[in-house]
Design a protein around this ligand. Structure first.
Ligand SMILES: [Zn+2]
Length: 317
């Protein structure tokens, strides 16, 4: 068995949303160092404000100002902050019910250690120095200094609007994780390091899976037999990519194709180069191009052979 392979992977998908009137007011308020909530018909104050009453579904419009002080209602210690979290040093995740509010807001509490945190602790907002109209305008909460922890009064109506309200929020979503391919794919990757492309054959239906997953999903049996395939193959279908993804180092347009390697029972994905985009076609015969010490082909290029007949790959589309 080769060594167990692992690799750090990152999936990142920032997305943009429009805020609507209520969240726009809330986030613009944070930029102005004001915390806004919203009052329901039965008098509860929701912070953060919601556009609809979560109990009755009624539209909500009555924005109110709450204090920037509150009480911890529950908490959890975070001993090892991760990239992008509110504080770089260990902190507590807290639910804080701000004075004047009936619901609690999730945020970070800067505290020297878990022994300094408790339910009922009086805390206050620490505003970020640079505020943009986002929840991060509250840098974190911090314990109220002794003598300054008296609860503030009830929420007061918020009339009027802030100038230049924020209307759009861009949320960076990111997953960092360690990928372990497992035995079957590990064997495939080890062969790729020697510039050989291998699959595994199902002992029941004889289909050759490339890359292998260790089992045939049709027959529900393990695939143990190693089979070398390709290196040449046939384009079964393809698309022309015209949108340049962030961090992409090649130019658009380019062609991304399904390629059935000779001997494989299904197609894998690869980029096609060495031919104008508008000349790529189903049936085109291609071969892998390896560059540097990469563990997989950089792209596939035409071999110059006659195109494959449709009947030879129609089951692999
Ligand atoms: Zn099978």
């Amino acid at each position: 068995m080769p060594d167990v392979l692992t690799a750090p992977l990152v999936v990142e998908f920032p997305f943009t949303r429009s805020l609507g009137p209520v969240l726009s007011a809330f986030l613009t308020g944070l930029r102005e160092r004001v915390v806004l909530g919203i009052r329901t018909r039965d008098g509860r104050v929701l912070v953060p404000p919601a556009e609809y009453d979560p109990v009755t579904g009624e539209d909500l419009h009555a924005l109110v100002r709450t204090a920037a002080t509150g009480t911890v209602t529950t908490w959890a210690w975070n001993p090892a902050p991760r990239r992008g979290q509110p504080l770089a040093t260990p902190f507590a995740w807290v639910l804080v019910r701000l004075d004047g509010a009936d619901t609690a807001l999730l945020h970070a509490l800067d505290a020297p250690g878990p022994e300094a945190v408790r339910t009922g602790l009086r805390v206050r907002v620490r505003w970020a120095a640079r505020r943009t109209g986002a929840i991060t305008d509250i840098a974190c909460f911090e314990p109220c200094p002794p003598g300054t922890d008296a609860p503030a009064g009830p929420a007061v109506p918020h009339d009027g609007v802030f100038p230049d309200p924020v209307t759009i929020l861009t949320t960076p979503a990111r997953l960092d994780y360690t990928y372990t391919p497992g035995r079957a794919l590990g064997r495939h990757l080890a062969a790729l390091a020697d510039r050989r492309i291998t699959g595994e054959r199902c002992p029941s239906c004889h289909k050759v899976y490339v890359p292998p997953r260790g089992a045939c999903p049709t027959c529900a049996v393990a695939t143990g037999e190693q089979v070398e395939v390709g290196p040449r193959g046939t384009v079964t279908t393809f698309c022309v990519v015209n949108i340049k993804a962030r961090n992409l180092t090649i130019d658009v347009p380019y062609v991304y194709a399904h390629i059935a390697l000779d001997g494989a029972g299904l197609a894998l994905h690869g980029r096609i180069a060495g031919i104008p985009c508008d000349q790529v076609r189903m049936g085109l015969r291609v071969e892998p191009v390896w560059t540097g010490d990469a563990r997989h082909p950089d792209h596939y290029r035409p071999t110059g052979e006659p195109d494959a007949a449709y009947d030879t790959y129609k089951e692999l589309l």
